[in-house]
Design a protein around this ligand. Sequence first.
Ligand code: SF4
Length: 64
Amino acid sequence: MKVVIDHAKCQGHAMCYNYAPEMFELDDDGYNRMEPFQISKGQRVIAERAVEACPERAISLVED
Ligand code: SF4
């Protein structure tokens, strides 16, 4: 499974980082500019929480 950030939707609320600082990195302005990345099954619950937490719906989980 991949986590995909829609950079056009991200408004820098940093909720993703607040929920999962071990999973996300923000730029100096607080925006998530990460390229798509793979997660393990064990990280799925954390990623789902971040998806729900993002007010802009900028985070998606994509099955491989
Ligand atoms: S919570 Fe959503 S809008 Fe905020 S920084 Fe993360 S991806 Fe961007």
